[in-house]
Design a protein around this ligand. Sequence first.
Ligand code: G3P
Length: 220
Amino acid sequence: MKIFLDTANMEHIRHGVSLGVVTGVTTNPSLISKEGKVDYQKVVKEICSIVPGPVSTEVLSENAQGMVEEAREIAGWADNIVVKIPASVAGVEATSRLAREGIKVNFTLCFSLNQAMLGAAAGAAFISPFVGRLDDIGEDGMEVVADIVEYVDYYELPTEIIAASIRHPQHCLAAARVGSHIATVPYKVLLQMIQHPLTDSGIERFRDDWRKVMAREGLL
Ligand code: G3P
């Protein structure tokens, strides 16, 4: 499963990329506004220059024509741009039109297999089911991811599934278990994924045992 970072924080993106494990980034207007930045284009271009793989950024228009025009402009910002289009009726039309033009779409705000089927039929390169937000309303977000993954795999569709709205490391495990192609995770979750108390105590014990040897040999 590929790991993307779900953030617009430059420092976090640089760190994730320097670890060599983050191969893409997803952003949205909420994440960009959280960073206190107003120049949307500048922020997205900077992210694209740091990240080796796809960088998803969202349109704000709510009608198909507006989405298509916005997406065409955004697609020109960098080679690795993917345009996020919401899973609405207008979004399906915009996705179909953009896919025909060769513009990569991340079909976002997806909460059901029905929405995903239409996104895939429209030619979306990526589909993003929002796990945490489904859990928030008492549904099983990961079950939706599992259904969508099974669907695209069964029909051998070229669409990649991004488990999004990931809130904790258990979501990452579950996404991997159901075969999600990608999980886009907040920076905090990325760091939590590598944490284990036995690793910390193991490092400490190796260091202490070796120090004892060095001390015994008079080398400390
Ligand atoms: O990738 C989608 C994500 O940004 C939404 O996350 O936590 O606001 O549901 P959240």
